[in-house]
Structure formats: structure tokens, C-alpha cells
Design a protein. Structure first.
Length: 209
């Protein structure tokens, strides 16, 4: 036996072990992402789950007579300090208004889930909203009254809330569900997110009974 044979055998064993670990991690990631909305599904009548190309599901169903649409969007664009997992809660139901009102927290102009930056008109931000908020519209003369914004001030005070969109086509709320763990991302560039199901809301502000 040549001296290189043990090293070759050890290298082959290590390669097999790494391949096994990678296959198991890929399987665990696939199963975890597919189950991300499992704890929320019982909250909706006729909740329907469809897997998206990201591996996360899209949940649609009815609650309180309203149609809901929930999507999870992983965002690993380089401009962010840390990769993020956004959850979009939409009510695609026509509203009796004539303009879009988009309220965004700390806008960067690069939000992958929003057309905020494309809306042509910037509106003054009421003093009762938290610092860092911005408002845009496609028709400032026809936006809903300021009382509509005031009614959602408590919701917008939650630091996890990124966007509230009120439009003739319906409503959408975007929340920051998770950020990549800083240490693992900075050292290993590990941006794994969504490994545990999204917990049900502590209140029914977003999903009324």
C-alpha cells in the first residue's frame, strides 16, 4: 500500500460526509420553507397553499368575510446590511377611493416588494407618525383624508412594519419577519431564514376575525 492510499481514503470519506450534510441541509431547508405558513393556515377558511419558486408558500384564504393573500419574500440584495425575509399580507378587494396612498418606513428606493419609488408625488408626513416614514401617491389631490393615516398610526409604530399600501385595488401590509443572524452572515455568508414557521399574530389587527 502506498502512503497516499490512507489520505485518499480519508479524503473520499470526508467528501461523502460533506455531501451527506449538504443533502440533509437542503432537505431541511426545503421542508422548513414549505411549512412557513402552517401555523397561520387554521386562521383562514379554505386556506390554500401554493409553493413559490423561492420554496416558500403563498397562502390564500378568507377570514371575517375578507379574502387574504400572504406571501413570503426573501431579500438578499447587497445594499441591505443583512438579508431579510419580508411577509406581505394583502386584501385584494376594491376600495371606494380614487388614489394610491403608500406609507413606507425608511425607504431606500430598492424595496423588491414595492412600487413606492415609482409613485410620482411625495406627500408631507404627519407629525403623529414615527420618524423615518415617507408617503407617496399617484394623485395627491384624491388621497384618503389624514384621518385614515391616523387610524393606522399604532400599527405603523411597530418597528417590524415596513409598508402600508392603500389603493383602489385593496390593502397591503409588509412586515419584517426575520433577518439573517449577523454573526453567521458576516463570517460564513449564511443567510438562511424561515427555518421555523411564522407565529400567529398576537392580535387581530392584521387579520380580523
Amino acid at each position: 500500500m502506498t502512503p497516499l492510499v490512507p489520505f485518499a481514503a480519508a479524503g473520499a470519506a470526508l467528501a461523502l460526509w460533506l455531501a451527506f450534510r449538504l443533502a440533509r441541509a437542503t432537505r431541511d431547508r426545503r421542508l422548513a420553507r414549505a411549512a412557513y405558513f402552517d401555523t397561520l393556515r387554521p386562521l383562514f377558511d379554505g386556506g390554500d397553499l401554493r409553493l413559490q419558486p423561492t420554496g416558500f408558500p403563498r397562502l390564500t384564504g378568507r377570514r371575517g368575510g375578507l379574502a387574504f393573500d400572504l406571501q413570503a419574500l426573501p431579500d438578499s440584495l447587497t445594499f441591505r446590511k443583512l438579508p431579510a425575509l419580508w411577509v406581505m399580507v394583502s386584501l385584494p378587494q376594491p376600495l371606494p377611493i380614487q388614489a394610491t396612498l403608500d406609507i413606507m418606513a425608511r425607504p431606500s428606493g430598492q424595496e423588491p416588494f414595492s412600487h413606492f419609488a415609482n409613485l410620482p408625488q411625495s406627500l408631507p408626513c404627519p407629525a403623529f407618525l414615527p420618524d423615518g416614514m415617507a408617503i407617496r401617491s399617484d394623485n395627491a389631490a384624491a388621497v384618503p383624508p389624514e384621518s385614515v393615516i391616523a387610524a393606522h398610526a399604532g400599527l405603523l409604530a411597530d418597528p417590524r412594519v415596513k409598508e402600508l399600501l392603500i389603493s383602489p385595488k385593496g390593502l397591503r401590509l409588509v412586515i419584517l419577519a426575520e433577518e439573517a443572524e449577523r454573526g453567521r452572515y458576516l463570517i460564513f455568508r449564511d443567510a438562511e431564514m424561515g427555518m421555523t414557521p411564522l407565529p400567529p399574530p398576537a392580535s387581530n389587527r392584521c387579520c380580523p376575525p
